[in-house]
Design a protein around this ligand. Structure first.
Ligand code: UD1
Ligand code: CA
Length: 458
């Protein structure tokens, strides 16, 4: 169910597209459905339907994805009614909410097992403050009904067990019960929860599985709740990393927005953000305030503070024992070998640096192939773009590029060549040669600097 408006978000973005860990809420739910190896997933859209459908269109993974629209939105029962034409008559339907992102697949597997293709299985939880939720009304242990807060009497409101919004139900029974819904209630809505009453009437067993993990059933209605859930989610990820041996300077100051895989003895300082797919091999150290996205960092590499790495779709890789930063920037296609040093204010894009190459200060390497042990001087750059096309710069092994050089691509510096500081190189340099391409120094003896005329006193 992803048709609701989410008024309290006070946002132009439909609620289910608000992001948790950089991923739209409803996409978390779809990812869980994928883990269940569901036959298909039906997304019920309404508010902002075109936007929601566009956002999810290619996010089905292996899952057969279909969309049905609910317009207008007349309640959760009405929402699920819209899905009836695309649901099979056999199998089990799991009803999920697009604004409840952190339900775990194993919890749902248990619910499906409880349903066993013949019962109605509800996921419930005890809340100290159940205000606003549907109460689970039992007769002894048997579930009789769910009564919505607004329809509940004082005795029912005193019940702490609430319905989470998640159920597993045989498709055939669901269809039969949906046809019987009405909107004679306090809100004038078609309540999905009324099917519990029908199950009881029809002698179908209703089972409630109570979870103690509030995070798994937490829904998002406001920016405050979204931020709360984000923190809880991050805390949980930090905990999992630490349990796997990762040393976090402060688990409260880590954000993983994607998948972070760590080897042994990885250390991560405060305020680091990981996005997309990131892997840190054994012994990697990440300094404070780094952002690492879509990259692979090999064993023993050190990422010094304030480094930004984003490999994008191409990826980026850092070799064993390399030293990166502080204040370094690695962009898509940066592939750095072992023991490479990239220092402060050095930008690397779509370039390969072989083992032991160094660019320690204030440099740009774009579309370059850099050989082993090359030393790329401070302030030097590859001029890879002529205004229309990008060209490659090839710097062979053991080249020494002085400071403040411009290498105008396409150009090749042969192995062992040396480029004098301040040179603008537009032609290939043969191996072993010294190339100097700058104005010759002229010294004028006894030069007199201009002097200011004395200020007049008038
Ligand atoms: C519902 C349950 C309530 C339960 C609570 C848990 C009903 C009648 N009540 O409450 O027992 O405790 O969830 O959070 O089901 N939606 C639609 N179309 C609609 C209405 C809602 O798609 O017409 C979607 C919303 O976008 C949301 C989900 O259904 O993802 C739940 O809707 P919400 O209004 O939050 O639930 P309630 O009806 O208040
Ligand atoms: Ca709700």
């Amino acid at each position: 169910m992803a048709a609701g408006k989410g008024t309290r978000m006070k946002s132009r973005l439909p609620k289910v597209l608000q992001r948790l860990a950089h991923v739209p809420l409803v996409q978390h739910v779809l990812a869980t459905a994928q883990q269940l190896q569901a036959r298909s997933a039906v997304v019920i859209t309404g508010h902002g339907a075109p936007q929601v459908e566009a956002a999810l269109a290619d996010k089905g993974g292996g899952l057969a994805l279909s969309f049905v629209r609910q317009e207008p939105q007349l309640g959760t029962g009405h929402a699920v009614q819209q899905a009836v034409p695309v649901l099979g008559d056999d199998g089990v339907v799991v009803v999920l909410s697009g604004d409840v992102p952190l339900t775990q697949a194993d919890t749902l597997q248990n619910l499906i097992a409880l349903c066993a293709g013949q019962h109605l299985a509800l996921l419930t939880i005890d809340l100290a403050d159940p205000t606003g939720y549907g109460r689970v009304v039992r007769d002894g242990n048997a579930v009789q009904a769910i009564v919505e807060h607004k329809d509940a009497n004082a005795a029912q409101r005193a019940i702490n067990e609430i319905y989470s919004g998640i159920m597993a139900v045989p498709a055939a029974l669901l269809k039969r019960w949906l046809a019987r819904l009405d909107n004679n209630n306090a809100q004038g809505e078609y309540y999905l929860t009324d099917i519990v009453k029908f199950a009881a009437q029809d002698g179908v067993v209703v089972l409630a599985q109570k979870t103690t993990d509030a995070l798994q059933v937490a829904g998002i209605n406001s920016p405050v709740q979204l931020a709360d859930l984000e923190r809880s989610f991050q805390q949980r990820q930090a905990l999992a990393l630490m349990e796997a041996g990762v040393r976090l300077a402060d688990p409260a100051r880590l954000d993983v927005r994607g998948r972070l895989v760590c080897g042994m003895d990885v250390e991560i300082d405060v305020n680091c953000v990981f996005e997309g797919n990131v892997s840190l091999a054994d012994g990697v150290v990440v300094g404070a305030n780094c952002v690492l996205a879509n990259c692979t960092i090999a064993a023993g590499a050190v990422i010094h503070p304030f480094t930004h790495i984003d490999g994008g779709a191409q990826g980026a890789s850092v070799g064993e024992g390399a030293l990166i930063g502080p204040f370094a920037r690695l962009r898509p296609g940066a592939q750095l070998g072992a023991q490479v040093h990239i220092g402060n204010f050095v930008e690397v894009k779509n370039s390969t640096l072989a083992d032991g190459a160094k660019a320690n200060h204030l440099a740009y390497l774009g579309d370059a192939t850099v050989g082993e042990r090359v030393n790329f001087g401070a302030g030097s750059i590859t001029a890879n773009y002529d205004g229309a096309n990008k060209h490659r710069t090839v710097i062979e092994a053991d080249v020494h590029v002085g400071s403040n050089c411009v290498l105008v691509a396409p150009v090749t510096l042969g192995a062992g060549a040396t480029v004098g500081g301040g040179s603008t190189i537009t032609k290939d340099v043969p191996p072993g040669a010294l190339s100097v391409a700058r104005g010759k120094q002229t010294n004028l003896a006894n030069y007199k600097r201009p002097v200011k005329a004395p200020k007049s006193l008038g």
